[in-house]
Design a protein around this ligand. Structure first.
Ligand code: PLP
Length: 387
């Protein structure tokens, strides 16, 4: 019952992959701080031989996250980038990748600066426009890497339609579900082949750990990816796994509040005289509102805003907040503010950013779960800095 894949989201979040410790009854999964495991005879193990290959705390986390995304398996990594790197290692020289043109700066960087030199070419397109995907497909295309909502413009592409198109073309789809979390949307159920998360963000949820995970249902993909995970060794330690596992227990409750606060803030910002435009999928003014409503449960905790201000003034606003801390990253219980073009997205060349519609005056908010009125008051005093 507790590990039933049909159980509700909250039940799975708290119980999936976790049984009381058989030796003591400890209700919390122990942190197995061990590098190796004693064998009764050569190769006679209890399923564990060396902690790069497997560790019981990691196994619990992998099973828990697989259950939340509706996958049959999960593989945990030391960071979100290590997880993405693992998928890219399925490719070989001459292969072609299509990626969204508004995506995490580190993902752009690994494709452009690391994989390009191994002869793997990437075309960046606006995946909210199906015609752009069709135009970019080549016989050599092996992978479509997408984010929805995108970072930082929060555009939403149609997961089911893209998965269907890629299946026809024999192309694998990898959905970065970091911004949405499995509580808001499940790309595997909509036909995608693989899901990646930076567990650093909402899954961990407390800004105290860096991690990543891959989740899928294809039994043939798992051993290929697990082989790479073990061979290259970008695996998380047991303490990191424990922290993410502790985070996921409250994911559904945190996300509900993140979404309520973000929607209230997005609506408030939309009426503010110093605001040019608010990007939030749950606003009727959002260009992909209909598709967001179709595939998501709520609008998420991220809000991006273009101010009627110079770039210098926008930076001033970002630096003038008291509750919203000026920092990279997102998805923790505390609110953060980011100036993407000088911080999280600085690794994307200015021309490329402009083409994707990323303005220098844009500010990105990771709305936390503090009291809404305090957050709005903080935004109000910071916006008063724009004269
Ligand atoms: C943070 C992030 C990543 C990278 O994850 P790390 O844990 O920082 O390596 C990838 N994709 C998205 C959408 C992210 O926000």
């Amino acid at each position: 019952m507790k590990n039933d894949t049909n159980a509700g989201f909250g039940t799975r979040a708290i119980h999936a992959g976790q049984e009381p410790d058989p030796t003591t009854g400890a209700i919390m999964t122990p942190v197995y701080l061990t590098s190796t495991y004693v064998q009764a005879a050569p190769n006679q193990t209890k399923g564990y031989d060396y902690s790069r290959t497997c560790n019981p705390t990691r196994t619990a986390l992998e099973q828990n996250l697989a259950a939340l995304e509706g996958g049959t398996w999960g593989l945990a990594f030391a960071s979100g980038m290590a997880a993405i790197h693992c998928v890219l290692n399925l490719l070989q020289s001459g292969d072609h990748v299509i990626a969204g043109n508004d995506l995490y700066g580190g993902t752009f960087r690994i494709l452009r600066t690391l994989y390009a030199k191994f002869g793997i070419d990437t075309t960046f397109v606006d995946l909210t426009q199906p015609k752009q995907l069709d135009a970019a497909l080549r016989p050599q295309t092996r992978l479509v890497l997408l984010e929805t909502p995108t970072n930082p413009l929060l555009r939403c592409c149609d997961l089911a339609a893209i998965a269907r198109r890629c299946k026809q073309a024999g192309v694998m789809t990898l959905a970065d579900n970091t911004f949405a979390t499995p509580w808001l949307q499940n790309p595997l159920a909509l036909g995608c082949d693989l899901v990646v998360h930076s567990t650093t963000k909402y899954l961990g949820g407390h800004s105290d750990v860096v991690g990543g995970v891959l989740i899928g249902s294809d039994p043939e993909l798992r051993p290929k990816l697990a082989h790479f995970q073990n061979s290259c060794g970008g695996t998380p330690g047991p303490m990191d796994c424990f922290l993410v596992l502790r985070g996921t227990k409250t994911l559904h409750v945190r996300m509900q509040r993140h979404c309520e606060n973000a929607l209230a803030i997005a609506r408030w910002l939309e009426t503010h005289p110093k605001v040019e435009r608010v990007h939030y999928p749950w606003l009727k003014s959002h260009p992909n509102h209909a598709i967001a409503k179709k595939q998501m449960r709520a609008g998420g905790g991220m809000v991006s805003v273009e101010l009627k201000a110079t770039v210098a003034q926008a930076k001033k606003v970002a630096s003038s907040m008291h509750l919203f801390a000026l920092a990279e990253s997102l998805g923790g219980v505390e609110s953060l503010v980011d100036h993407p073009t000088s911080m999280t997205h600085a690794s994307i060349p200015a021309e490329e950013r402009r083409r994707a519609g990323l303005q220098d005056g844009l500010i990105r908010l990771s709305v936390g779960i503090e009291d809404r009125d305090d957050l709005i008051a903080d935004l109000e005093q910071a916006l008063a800095k724009v004269k």
